[in-house]
Design a protein around this ligand. Structure first.
Ligand code: BF8
Length: 625
């Protein structure tokens, strides 16, 4: 018998989402919420992490009654193996994205990508010098070529550590060395994780977990950091600007094209093509006022940070955006794209266009997007959207709200500039207690949580306590919709934060970018620690992914902890079937790397935990409250 659908008020905190879920139910369109209900209750073994499908002597399920799999692996080994592969998946996603940016840089250097260029030459020179490349008096393309070789090298097996590890404090690097945790090569650590978790290899759970941390560090200080830095080099380093967010950014009188996925290589070109006068003229011929490009998820964040495009929504808004009936095309690259979008697009006139050979969708229109032919292909895509405007059924259009303002564009470079050229004023504000500490709130939506209740609830609780919040990924739109990303949000902050942010004209929650851009936060922590002459684990900082769901979010959490940052998760990964692994995650890692995970579903209690931690760290640094 079909289950009674859950009350809409229990699913999300947003009115725009509620209106669209209601519309979906009226029109008989299934969303993530119904599918979760159909999948519940989940398999208990899988939830605990005690299923093993790594060989065909099994599959095995470990329990008190059946404590060992066919090969003899116990719960600790099985859970560690599964978690290790989960982390490898996340690190692979971020890092392969980073590699795609190096390939675009390579195409620029070789003159094979006329539609892309080096936009921020000064940044290229800066990062090249940082990784030991001679820059003095050299041609920019020669520097770019050396940078490209260096970063390709970071993916291989010939280095003892990835290049940007130099951004971590020496004491932290020594710690990683002593623990066998130093990431040597990005692909190497990921491949080794797969090797270790093959039957008959690493059968010591803590040892597997150490390598999981090494793999995650290869993501954070390697693949993700390369992705962020080269995106800045190619598309420009973000600077503060205003934009808007929620489903109200979709315009009834315009051709609406939403970009979804992660890599700006596609979405930047789509945005440029949407400004093509011929395409705009064609849109007008068909009765539209213009072409509106809106963002979803992280590729939306990339364009928001650099170009200020409006954001339609985060992960759980992707299906609902199509439900407005006013989206002509949804253009995707890879990661976090629910295959259900193809089905929902099919219920409307919306064209679902996928662009990456490594992320194809049955039923989608596939354009094999290549840097060589980028603009031509982008125009073909935008043209499809424009022509789709004529097919829109006006009677099915429902745009449920007006957009809200948000401020974006806080790269480290922008923050340092706002501070007058150095981190010293920030250090001062931390030292005198105006800013008691900082927490990065990052990651996803997960239908197991009331959408954005934790993301927003935690941000509000933290700023009240004079704890600065840095938001990335899907937390961005959540914070934006809640009014936290505008300078006026200082009214919700404690007195110290209000004073500092008020004087700088910035919000108490800073949008720091997409999920790969969590590397910006790592870099900032490294720089702060160096300025103070301490380790990252000594700083009054924390990280949180309240509503996380993805392998990538787990990798982020683990590289944060391994970097010495106390990290909150709103619900646990599938590790609870092993006491050894669980205890290591929430306790044992403290002795090894100076930080742990903590799991807490309540935002107020979470804020209290961070508060306590920040108090202790401030005390450790000799700072008063
Ligand atoms: O990389 S926050 S739902 S979109 S995984 Fe995905 Fe999570 Fe959103 Fe971006 Ni990050």
């Amino acid at each position: 018998m079909a289950k009674e659908p859950k009350p809409i008020d229990d699913l999300t905190i947003w009115d725009d989402a509620k209106a669209m879920i209601k519309k979906a139910r009226e029109e008989g369109i299934e969303t993530v919420h119904e599918r979760l209900q159909m999948q519940t209750p989940h398999c208990k073994f899988c939830e605990l992490g005690t299923t093993c499908r790594n060989c065909t002597m099994g599959p095995c399920r470990i329990s008190k009654k059946m404590p060992r799999g066919v090969c003899g692996a116990d719960a600790d080994v099985v859970v560690a193996r599964n978690f290790g592969r989960f982390i490898a998946g996340g690190a692979a996603g971020h890092s392969d994205h980073g590699r795609d940016l190096i390939e675009v840089l390579e195409a620029i250097v070789e003159g094979e990508a006329k539609d892309y260029k080096i936009t921020d030459e000064a940044k290229l020179i800066r990062i090249a010098a940082e990784v030991g490349i001679e820059t003095e008096g050299r041609d920019i393309m020669a520097v770019a070529e050396d940078a490209m070789e260096c970063f390709f090298g970071d993916f291989g097996s010939r280095k003892s550590e990835v290049a940007f590890l130099s951004r971590a404090p020496k004491v932290r690097r020594d710690k990683w060395d002593s623990l066998n945790m130093t990431p040597r090569g990005i692909d190497r650590e990921i491949a080794e994780m797969m090797h270790r978790t093959h039957m008959g290899c690493d059968n010591d759970a803590p040892n597997t977990m150490i390598h999981a941390a090494r793999t995650a560090l290869a993501d954070g200080w390697g693949g993700s950091m390369i992705g962020t830095e080269l995106s800045d080099v190619i598309f420009g380093t973000p600077t503060p600007k205003m934009s808007t967010a929620n489903l109200g950014i979709i315009k009834e009188d315009q051709v609406n094209l939403l970009v979804h996925g992660h890599n700006p290589v596609v979405s930047e070109m789509i945005l440029a093509a949407a400004r093509d006068p011929e395409l705009v003229a064609r849109a007008k011929e068909l009765g539209a006022e213009g072409i509106n490009v809106g963002g979803l998820c992280c590729t939306g964040n990339e364009l928001l940070m650099r170009q200020g495009i409006p954001m339609a929504g985060n992960h759980l808004m992707t299906e609902l955006a199509i439900l407005t009936g006013a989206v002509e095309a949804i253009v995707v690259d890879y990661q976090c794209i629910m295959p259900s979008l193809v089905t929902i697009a099919g219920c409307y006139h919306t064209k679902f266009i996928d662009t990456a050979n490594k992320a194809r969708f049955t039923g989608g229109i596939h354009i094999d997007f290549q840097p060589k032919t980028a603009m031509e292909q982008a125009k073909e895509i935008v043209s499809m959207a424009v022509e789709g405007f004529a097919e829109r059924d006006a009677g099915r259009v429902d745009i449920p709200c007006e957009p809200v303002s948000i401020m974006t564009g806080f790269s480290n470079e922008a923050v340092i500039e706002a501070l007058g050229g150095s981190l010293d004023p920030l250090v001062q504000a931390i030292a005198n207690g105006d800013i008691r500490g900082a927490v990065g709130i990052v990651g996803c939506n997960n239908p197991k949580f009331k959408q954005d209740s934790m993301n927003v609830g935690l941000a509000k609780e933290l700023i009240k306590r004079d704890i600065l919040v840095l938001a990335t990924g899907c937390v961005t739109t959540a914070a934006g919709k809640a009014g936290l990303l505008v300078p006026e949000a200082i009214e919700m902050a404690g007195p110290g934060l209000k004073k500092v942010c008020g004087s700088l004209g910035i919000p108490p929650v800073l949008h720091y970018g997409s999920c790969v851009d969590n590397s910006r936060i790592l870099q900032l922590c490294g720089a702060l620690a160096d300025t103070l002459g301490v380790d990252i684990s000594d700083l009054p900082v924390g990280a949180s992914s309240p509503e996380w769901y993805s392998e990538k979010a787990a990798a982020i959490g683990l590289y944060a902890v391994a970097s010495g940052i106390y990290t909150h998760l709103g619900h646990p990964p599938n590790i609870l079937g092993s006491e050894t692994v669980t205890n290591l995650a929430v306790e044992g890692l403290e002795d090894l790397v100076g930080a742990t995970f903590f799991i807490e579903p309540d935002p107020v209690k979470t804020a209290e935990m961070f508060d306590e931690r920040i108090k202790a760290k401030r005390k450790g640094l000799g700072l008063s409250e």
